[in-house]
Write a protein that binds this ligand. Structure first.
Ligand SMILES: Nc1ncnc2c1ncn2[C@@H]1O[C@H](COP(=O)(O)OP(=O)(O)O)[C@@H](O)[C@H]1O
Ligand SMILES: [Mg+2]
Length: 224
């Protein structure tokens, strides 16, 4: 088929619907997307348009009704509880979710170290990541001892420390004020430039979207 080797993620004909009472609401209908090395793509759309759903599908935490997903050139199975998906999430695909994915029983710095070791990466420069994300002094706090915005930034530090080959971020600046959002966006783009890691950023922050090379708008049923 001559797959493009620089293609990190490729999605063809993805479909997803949810049941709502007696109705089925289509969220994604024959959706296509590809992401190459070093590319930053924004996923935009109003609340409820399916951004989070798509991010969950792309890391195997939800199962599509149809279509295919290839990660790093490999066809991914259409089941969620699969070892290949789990391996990709552990070692190559970093996710930053709205409700953050920090372990509550580990401090911020322990979360960062743990995530790197889980991915078999060398010990990360914890102090450096904390500084870059404006989290100095919070290394020994537990996630519930920092603010929502700080937790979100800590989740990004954790994702960076994993040295991913693909970064999927769901509203990574969603709970930050404008100034902090812009500083965190700087770090996201710096990371992408320095590592060549492709990023898919779901966002309704237009300023963040416009900093990406491409914007993929999601429209759901009724909009089309
Ligand atoms: N697990 C689920 N079961 C049923 N409906 C869901 C589920 N997850 C999301 N939805 C619905 O799908 C639509 C898209 O949601 P979501 O992907 O969270 O959108 P966005 O992230 O763009 O705000 C919403 O109408 C939401 O209520
Ligand atoms: Mg969402």
């Amino acid at each position: 088929m001559g797959d493009d080797v620089s293609e990190r993620l490729s999605v063809r004909g993805l479909c997803k619907a949810y049941r709502s009472g007696d109705d089925r609401v289509t969220i994604l209908n024959d959706f296509d997307l590809s992401l190459s090395d070093g590319e930053a793509v924004a996923l935009t759309g109003r609340s409820g348009s399916g951004k989070s759903t798509l991010i969950h599908l792309l890391c195997g935490l939800a199962v599509p009704d149809g279509g295919r997903i290839r990660l790093f050139g490999e066809a991914m199975p259409a089941t969620a509880d699969d070892e290949l998906w789990a391996t990709q999430r552990r070692q190559r695909v970093a996710t930053v979710f709205q409700d953050t994915n920090l372990l509550p029983t580990l401090t911020v710095s322990e979360n960062i170290r743990f995530r790197a070791s889980l991915a078999d990466r060398p010990a990360p420069d914890v102090a450096g990541w904390l500084r870059a994300l404006g989290l100095q002094g919070l290394a020994d706090r537990y996630p519930d001892q920092v603010s929502g915005g700080q937790r979100q930034r800590a989740a990004i530090a954790v994702a960076f420390a994993m040295r991913p080959e693909l970064l999927l971020a769901d509203e990574p600046t969603g709970s930050l004020d404008r100034h902090t959002a812009s500083a965190v966006a700087d770090e996201l783009f710096r990371f992408q430039r320095d590592t060549g890691c492709p990023m898919l950023l779901a966002t309704h922050d237009q300023a963040l979207a416009e900093r990406c090379e491409r914007i993929v708008p999601l429209t759901s049923e009724g909009d089309v």
